[in-house]
Ligand binder design. Structure first.
Ligand code: SF4
Ligand code: SF4
Length: 346
């Protein structure tokens, strides 16, 4: 049984209580924030467990690396205050079962590109940016062998992640791979944040897709034609688990000659895509989700964005269509990078 490394003494000594004070989805003053986080530390329940929309952001807000979001999710499960309705939790857990049949394991000598559960997006990783990577994926039946399971944080179920993750890590490691670039930001967060927080060993090095793209673009620098667009970036919730990789967005924008749209909901103040809120059982969730999405899209429009780039297929699925209806083109950031080196990534 894995145990979360969470230090209550850090909360006792904390003079910001930023985890809850900065929460965009609850209006919490500092005194209340301190009281509620200390209640959770003491094993008591808190209104936070019911009101949390699982946006992951407090993981980034905590200046002490103390994993407040993982603690919240763990307590949601302990007090049976799951964010989603029970039937959805039950069916969702079934969908992601990873070990039906045996995965096909082949030794990978160079760097691998882990597609996670998105094997159907293989056409998104073609061209010179990806030519030296070996794609690690299963077909439509076996892709769940590589499903990092972190989605179940939105279900209030760390137990499901902890039950399955070690074997998924062993499946990846069985390819004898030393370095893995993760196509989905959430996989990167799993292996570099969640696993260490729960003491789960990861025997391979993880590389963030943006760091990889930046370095690859540097190699191809002579082929880059500045694109000249104004671009909004829609941060995925899982990027809160690796905020040290966020600066690569600005560095890539510089390299490919695009201007970052001057958004209100940007960097630490980013607003999630709302996908997870839609199905939550709290009254008014559907309306709240619509409000969040409208805020994001209005913000992009106001900033004059011509393109909105994503790093998460779920965000793309949620916001892609509404964004394009407003005349803003939705693209994966990797596709925008391919355009900059003259490849048609449509
Ligand atoms: S989780 Fe982090 S920000 Fe929140 S009270 Fe504890 S140390 Fe402070
Ligand atoms: S995960 Fe998001 S909604 Fe939940 S407490 Fe943290 S910042 Fe607030």
């Amino acid at each position: 049984m894995y145990e979360l490394k969470f230090d209550p003494d850090l909360c006792l000594a904390c003079d910001s209580n930023a985890c809850l004070v900065k929460c965009q989805h609850m209006d919490i003053d500092q005194e209340t924030a301190r009281t509620e986080i200390l209640k959770l530390c003491d094993g008591e329940s808190s209104f936070v467990l019911q009101d949390c929309v699982t946006c992951y952001a407090c993981e980034e807000y905590c200046p002490n690396g103390n994993h407040p979001f993982y603690l919240i999710v763990q307590k949601q499960e302990e007090f049976n205050l799951l964010p989603l309705p029970d039937p959805l939790v039950k069916s969702g857990i079934q969908v992601g079962i990873p070990f039906r049949g045996e995965p096909e394991i082949q030794e990978i000598t160079g760097t691998a590109l882990n597609m996670g559960v998105f094997s159907q997006l293989a056409s998104r990783v073609e061209g010179r940016l990806f030519e030296n990577l070996t794609i690690m994926s299963g077909d439509s039946r076996k892709m769940f062998h590589y499903f990092c399971q972190l989605m179940y944080l939105h279900y209030g179920k760390t137990s499901v992640i902890n039950e399955r993750l070690d074997k998924i890590i062993q499946t990846i490691a069985a390819h004898k791979v030393k370095e893995v670039v993760h196509f989905h930001d959430e996989c990167f967060g799993t292996y570099t944040s969640y696993a260490p927080a729960f003491g789960i060993e990861v025997p391979f090095k993880s590389i963030h897709l943006f760091e990889y793209l930046y370095n690859k673009l540097l190699e191809l620098r002579d082929d880059i034609k500045p694109l000249g667009y104004k671009v909004a970036y829609q941060r995925p919730c899982s990027s809160r688990l690796s905020p040290d990789k966020h600066p690569f967005v600005a560095k890539i924008f510089d390299l490919i000659g695009v201007e970052a749209a001057d958004r209100e909901y940007v960097d630490e103040n980013a607003m999630c895509c709302g996908a997870t809120i839609l199905g939550q059982k709290k009254e008014g969730s559907r309306k709240y989700c619509a409000e969040i999405q409208k805020k994001n899209i209005d913000d992009m429009k106001k900033a004059g964005a011509q393109i909105c780039v994503f790093n998460c297929p779920a965000c793309m699925q949620t916001l892609g269509m509404p964004v394009s209806k407003q005349g803003i083109m939705p693209l994966f950031l990797s596709d925008l990078c391919r355009l900059a080196i003259g490849e048609n990534a449509a």
